[in-house]
Ligand binder design. Sequence first.
Ligand SMILES: Nc1nc2c(ncn2[C@@H]2O[C@H](COP(=O)(O)OP(=O)(O)OP(=O)(O)O)[C@@H](O)[C@H]2O)c(=O)[nH]1
Ligand SMILES: [Mg+2]
Length: 215
Amino acid sequence: MDSAVSDVSRDVSPLAVDPEQQEDLRAWETDRTRPPIATKIVVAGGFGVGKTTLVSAVSEIKPLQTEAMMTAASEGTDDLTETPDKLTTTVAMDFGRITLDNDLVLYLFGTPGQQRFWFMWDDLVRGAIGAIVLADTRRLEDCFPALDYFESSGMPYVVAVNHFDGTERFEPEDVRDALTISEDIPVMIMDARRRMSAVETLLALVGHALDVTPE
Ligand SMILES: Nc1nc2c(ncn2[C@@H]2O[C@H](COP(=O)(O)OP(=O)(O)OP(=O)(O)O)[C@@H](O)[C@H]2O)c(=O)[nH]1
Ligand SMILES: [Mg+2]
């Protein structure tokens, strides 16, 4: 090994960490000679489709949330027919982090779903490599604005159907047809509450983003 490099690695000691927490730390957090590849991903979709749920399910750090209580004042504006247990809504963004393959760090930014907060999207998506557009098959049309947004901005995206229990299960190809999206865009059927399911969706997005923007 090049001596300059080996000197550097000898000089760098692991960051001081509480041994109890050490297990949860990733290699790149304790070893400065292994810088991670960090990238930004957006989680978008209509109101109440499960964006905050997805970011919370996969994040290895305590997710940053900007949830506000929903009150009677939003009756008539926010449709809770399909998610009657929903008590809060995202008013700015969700933020979480997940490390894949030990040194691929994804920073996840969940968008607010309500139309009155969409002015924030341009700022939120800046610098992202791609987006997950979450959809609920009971109200597919809610994801149209997000699809249009990423289509027109040229940002790579995948469509992820967040399957709610007790609802009809569709095949990815049915969803593709219904949304009229092209063959090369991955369509996943997943469960935003399950970590592995959400990780699969993230991997599909990273793979797709690499395919369409190879650099
Ligand atoms: N049964 C079931 N419920 C879910 C699932 N995903 C989310 N939920 C519930 O659906 C509701 C909506 O979830 P959120 O994660 O807040 O949705 P969101 O897209 O972040 O909503 P906004 O930020 O308000 O647009 C919550 O009450 C969740 O507990 C799912 O896969 N199955
Ligand atoms: Mg939310």
